[in-house]
Design a protein around this ligand. Structure first.
Ligand code: 26M
Length: 817
């Protein structure tokens, strides 16, 4: 149907690439080689569209979005690409003719994981939607040598294994040496006078060469192929043998090392700032390269730098890329000789900032000493931005030092990146309605009062192409059979499914598909964990990064409670339940890692207790990542979205579950609020404190968990099991830290900072409602279908259209072949 795809040509291309790359015929090839040959054949299919897309952009002189992000959690490209040029059945046939299974071939691809979690995966969904909607956009990031670590579970503990995703080469990327750019670190700034004007030059610096690699981002069925550009670092000068200067030699070695270390590894932190110098180097490295390149590209086809913002917009994915503000200023001031006012006008009309968290430990604040040593010229510019901004505060709020203290960019020996991002751009957005309201009314209140026009909300979304069409082929087909395939590019149309929600035959079909997907996940679990699970049990799933505010601990405490009930009464009337967890903990996050150990210890005891008749199973899925996520969402009955209200900015897993017909068990947090609004509270299980209540408690210094401990026998029993060796007989003290975190005020934190014990009773009641509800299969099927039917709002296509309308102002482009 689309895009110059021809079955026979494709087959020839696979054979040709097999010969050319591996010197083999197909029947000698391994699966891995077959994957590579197919991937190269896919590249052959899209390469002309890729070229044509960029020709068209140039011809129409379009405005371009640069989505600046430290993370792009892309997931596998092969299957998604084949779907995008709508040739999946044909490719499947071709591979079968050659004696291979498409799924098995897709499984050979390393899962590119240049991101941690929500923020990185959002960037990937956005790129998919931008290409599918035909908007000119680049993703700009870092080509980490090692992505997110692979997780192994050994003796119940997380072990991190390096993710050597490039070891066999990555067939989809193209090195673009012609766009290599120098990036400078350190040294000092010299002022030179030049015809009466001051010029600033950086001297005595070290530098690296940034070399871009491009990956294609294929729009769905529209011939558009955009680009994800990720930067690699190379040493700039090789040793010059005739140089006997000891200083030069030393510097050459240092620069060689700098290049190697800078892109070595993705920091595996999620919602936590650690203040590492290398992290700031990474930030400036990819930003300087991206911004330099954007300006150069613009000046190749335009002569007036003053109008830069008319053709370019930079979206900052959290504060991580915020040095884009002073970097653009530097280029305009130092390289183009503009005045401060001119440069500031251009910069603030180009940059826009997205906030993804209100967790205070995630706020980036760099010590001046470090910042100015690494980026001396950038620091000067930041100081001047700060000086002028403080002046503005004083004019608006004369004599109000409090306002200066709260909003200053440089203060208390630190550079505050969020404040810089807010001041240096024209837009500030949160990622769900509730989150944006909390930003406006609490976290960023002073900024909102000073510049309300900048603030706006953009509720997150996800791509249905990956998370339904690719991840859940059975449900996709069913939906298409019922309502046509419009939903693939227009998700709100999926609401037409609602009329089938009451139809018993449709309910049965839906439940059959869910069952088959559960069988698929059960097989995965058996293969990867060696655990036998019953696909007729309720699949109750919590998959996301491990963090205290996400409260995996509350989930497992409830499992412990249920197990106690079952031990008291083996005949307890309950629907069998499989509790499924998947989560990576930041490598240095002790308590998170201990929580993984707790989950696995509980699993060990419960899964091996024959006396409970298999009514509960607990599974921790090793190495949760995009590729197994697709399988997990498709198989879920219950979606656990149980963060402490006000803490989860949006969540996006919640949307992926909903799209696949799982019912939400959640707090009124992040985008859960909007999910419930769409599907109706009667088709979800809502519990717990509201964000207002949490915020009120926090203001009043918390609550007293001891009161719950003393008055609630069941909770007390569960907590005692944390410290009496019930789940760790060989080391009864193992979980003491978790016990303490719930009951004891620790150095800086309140006891039970995340209101786990406070919400536990209401969580337990919601779980009981689920047990009751699941017994009525027809009710459950109806609610599940209504969840799918109501998921239309949560497509990233809608999110992107809103960004375009309110912030980016891009023009759609048609690409004809
Ligand atoms: C910071 C400093 C050093 C190293 C790493 C970081 C860092 C990395 C990732 C900090 C935060 C990071 O990600 C935060 C994140 O993923 N936030 C999530 O963003 C999603 C998309 O908007 C939301 O849906 C989630 O609610 C939010 O937690």
């Amino acid at each position: 149907m689309s895009m110059g795809f021809d079955k026979e040509t494709f087959k020839k291309s696979v054979l040709f690439n097999m010969k050319n790359v591996f010197r083999k015929t197909v029947d000698e090839a391994t699966k891995e080689q077959m994957y590579q040959a197919v991937a190269y054949a896919v590249k052959d299919v899209i390469i002309d569209e890729w070229i044509a897309t960029h020709k068209e952009y140039e011809k129409q002189d379009v405005k371009t979005l640069y989505y600046l992000s430290m993370e792009f959690l892309m997931g596998r490209a092969l299957g998604n690409s084949i779907i995008s040029f709508m040739a999946q059945p044909d490719v499947k046939d071709v591979l079968e003719e050659l004696g291979f299974d498409l799924n098995a071939i897709e499984d050979q691809e390393p899962d590119p994981a240049l991101g941690n979690g929500g923020l990185g995966r959002l960037a990937a969904c956005f790129l998919d939607s931008l290409a599918t909607l035909g908007y000119p956009a680049y993703g700009c990031g870092i080509r980490y040598r090692y992505g997110m670590f692979k997780q192994k579970i050994e003796n119940g503990y997380q072990v991190e294994i390096p993710d050597d995703w490039l070891k066999n080469g990555y067939p989809f990327e193209i090195r673009r040496a012609e766009y290599a750019t120098e990036v400078k670190f350190g040294g000092y700034v010299k002022v030179v006078r030049e015809n009466g004007r001051e010029r600033f030059v950086q001297e005595g610096y070290q530098s690296v060469l940034a070399v871009p690699y491009d990956m294609p981002i294929i729009g769905y069925g529209n011939n558009v192929v955009n680009t994800l550009r990720i930067w690699d670092a190379q040493a700039i000068n090789t040793f010059s043998l005739d140089s006997f200067d000891k200083g030069d030699y030393q510097k050459a070695v240092e620069q060689e090392n700098l290049a190697k270390t800078i892109v070595e590894v993705l920091y595996p932190n999620d919602n936590h700032y650690a203040g590492k110098e290398l992290r700031l180097k990474q930030q400036y490295f990819f930003i300087s390269a991206s911004v330099q390149r954007a300006v150069k590209k613009y000046m190749e086809n335009h002569d007036d730098i003053h109008k830069f913002y008319e053709k370019n917009v930079f979206q900052l994915n959290d504060t991580h890329p915020t040095v884009a503000v002073p970097e653009l200023m530097r280029i305009l001031l130092d390289d183009y000789g503009l005045s401060w006012e001119e440069a500031w006008e251009i910069t603030t009309r180009t940059c826009a900032y997205t906030n993804h968290t209100i967790m205070s430990e995630a706020l980036e604040k760099w010590p001046i000493e470090l910042f100015s040593r690494l980026l001396p010229r950038i620091y000067q510019i930041v100081e001047e931005i700060n000086r002028r901004f403080q002046l503005k505060i004083s004019q608006m709020y004369p004599g109000n030092q409090d306002k200066v203290r709260k909003m200053a960019i440089v203060y208390d020996g630190q550079v505050r990146m969020a404040n810089l991002a807010i001041v240096g751009g024209f837009s500030v957005n949160g990622v769900a309605r509730l989150h944006t309201e909390i930003l406006k009314n609490q976290e960023l209140k002073d900024f909102y009062e000073m510049m309300p026009e900048k603030f706006n909300n953009k509720t997150n979304g996800i791509t249905q192409r990956r998370f339904l069409l690719h991840g859940n082929p059975l449900l996709s087909e069913w939906v298409t059979k019922k309502i046509g395939n419009d939903w693939i590019t227009n998700l709100p149309h999926i609401h037409r499914l609602a009329v089938y929600a009451d139809d018993p035959k449709c309910q049965q079909e839906f439940m059959d598909i869910k069952y088959q997907n559960k069988v698929r996940l059960a097989r995965y679990i058996k293969e990867h964990n060696g655990i036998e699970v019953d696909p007729r049990s309720i699949f109750d799933v919590q998959v996301k990064r491990l963090h205290e505010y996400k409260r995996q601990l509350m989930n497992i405490l409830h499992v412990m409670y249920l197990y106690n009930q079952l031990k008291d009464n083996p005949n307890l009337d309950m629907v069998p339940r499989t509790f499924i967890f998947g989560a990576k903990a930041a490598a240095g996050y002790r308590r998170a890692k201990l929580t993984i150990k707790l989950i696995n210890s509980v699993a060990e005891v419960i899964n091996n207790d024959r006396s409970i008749g298999g009514k509960i199973k607990v599974v921790f899925i090793e190495d949760y990542k995009v590729s197994n996520a697709e399988i997990i969402f498709a198989a879920a009955d219950v979606s656990e979205q149980i963060s402490t209200a006000s803490k989860e900015a949006s969540g996006t897993g919640n949307m992926k579950f909903m799209l696949n017909g799982a019912l939400t068990l959640g707090t009124m947090d992040g985008a859960n609020v909007e999910i419930v609004e769409e599907v109706g509270a009667e088709n979800a299980f809502i519990f717990g404190l509201s964000s207002d209540e949490v915020i009120r408690y926090e203001r009043d210094g918390g609550y007293d968990p001891m009161e719950i401990f003393n008055n609630n026998y069941e909770i007390r029993r569960v907590l005692m099991q944390l410290i009496n060796g019930y789940y760790s007989p060989q080391d009864p003290e193992l979980f003491r830290d978790i016990y303490n975190s719930l009951l004891n005020t620790m150095s800086s934190d309140r006891a039970d900072t995340y209101f786990i014990l406070k919400d536990l009773p209401s969580y337990g009641e919601a779980q009981k409602r689920i047990d009751q509800a699941y017994r009525d299969e027809s009710w459950w099927a109806k609610a599940a279908i209504l969840n799918v039917a109501s998921s239309g709002k949560f497509t990233s296509d809608r999110t992107i259209l809103e960004y375009v309308r309110d912030i980016w102002h891009l023009e759609k482009v048609n690409v004809e072949l």
